[in-house]
Write a protein that binds this ligand. Sequence first.
Ligand SMILES: Nc1ncnc2c1ncn2[C@@H]1O[C@H](COP(=O)(O)OP(=O)(O)OP(=O)(O)O)[C@@H](O)[C@H]1O
Length: 551
Amino acid sequence: MRQLFRRVMRLAWMAVSGPGMWGGLAVYGVVLALQFLGVWISVRLIAWNKAFYDALEQMDAAGALHQIGVFGLWIAASAAAFLAGDWLRKRLLMRWRANLTRRALDLWVSGQAYWYLRPGMSPGAIDNPDQRVAEDCRLFVNRLLIETLDLITNVVALVSYVTLLWALSSFPLQLWGVGIPRYMVWAAFLYVALSSVVTHLLGRPLKSAIFTQEKREADFRHALIQLRENANAIAVAGGEPAETRRLNRLFAAVRGNWNLLIRRELVLGLFARPYFQTVLRIPTFLALPAYFAGTVTLGGLMQLASAFSNVTTTLSWFIFSYRDLAEFVAVSERLDGLFRTAAAPPLQQVPQRIARLPSDDGSLRLQGLHLHTPEGRALAPVPDIVVRPGETIWINGASGRGKSTLLAALARLWPYGEGRITAPGGLHVLPQQPRLLPEGIAASASYPEPPETYGPDRITDALRQSGLGALSQEARVEDLSGGERQRLALARVFLARPGWVVLDEATSALDPETEALVLRNLREALPDAAILCVSHRRPDALGPFRTLEIG
Ligand SMILES: Nc1ncnc2c1ncn2[C@@H]1O[C@H](COP(=O)(O)OP(=O)(O)OP(=O)(O)O)[C@@H](O)[C@H]1O
């Protein structure tokens, strides 16, 4: 319980703090005040019950009519307070959600947790991080606002209603000759205490069912996204039956847990539903002895009944929101898991002893470098080498020997292994399958900078140098061929003009003539850059080169 409290407080602080914190808290205060106003109006309505029913009992038509007018005013005020509070609460929801989402994105994207927390890369890889960032941030803030506002309001309301009920139920109940003073107050507490215990026992298994449901829904959604992302590969392989089987299996898991979830909800509902319906009637029955004894009038009875039911409904907040609270707990757990793991991605228990030193003469040195897979399998040793600016190195080796892993180590991403890397800053790495942005050709060519950094003329020039002179800038990135995609990514090197270029099979989809043309252009445009080239074909077009043989 204490752990849950700390977890919620940690997440709540992340949502609340940040720019405009005081403004947000002020809005929270206003929403709370509006909810208090609602409570005050309902206390007035309890008193109204007495006035109205007493007028009816005394056949006072004018008095009853007046009370109907008063009722209309109270209801209008109550609706206005509710709507204003609801609107402000929803605005605050987005403000706090934005804070939490920004923090999640900071860790997940900027902190490179998306890279480390891939399955296989880290023992703590978490499921469906995208759902946690998008969905759980929203759900958490929503529940945080609703539940805390309701909790505070209910405490205040409870004090007001209990005070009222205390004042109204001064008459005792005679049970076996013993008078129980203010029995209506005790009855309300006893009634709710017993019901809460029953609800908790029946509802306890709900939390894990909700947790599992969210995970399975996210797995299913993710599989559908994968289908879209790999549309071509699936279609040409005729993979529809396999994909359908996979989707059906994932949906069956959604469905299986859903059945469990609704069974648990039904069990809880079997108690909560009749409870909800009787809670408004029971007080009338309980107060009947006083009515028949002539201690209270009809108006007094109705006032008492409504004060009692307000006390019990307020006290029963826990019962009615059990499902929501269970969801809140499940969401906090998922979100906290994301923040904790992303802040310090756990790594495998495999040696991580790669010393990284800055280069003082602008050259790259690899000394005694041995890389491992995350499971601890040793990859082929990397020969010692010194690469100077302006040189070209062809990194060669059989498939699976660890060439891409070496480049990941050079890019400071791969932690597993030992040895020493002395490197200058600013390595520009181009992978075999580059990241292109759906926003368009210019945005993809200038990635990760925005296109404005270079301007349209330089982008057109770079596209020409990378062999895409004939490509319209209006073309859709999704329609490009594999070779065009690689050339579009190469345009980045012409634009960014880095001192160190790393090509990881970055021209593998090009025909030999185009590849030679583009590589010649590259060497011409960047005569002083060191180029490390991983490829199965010799990079003769880059000019004289040395070979680094892996394995
Ligand atoms: N995240 C990972 N988890 C487990 N094993 C990995 C991981 N990344 C790479 N490996 C393994 O490390 C080995 C080297 O992979 P790498 O991609 O570096 O090879 P490569 O020499 O670039 O191969 P290719 O020429 O086929 O691209 C492979 O056996 C691969 O399965």
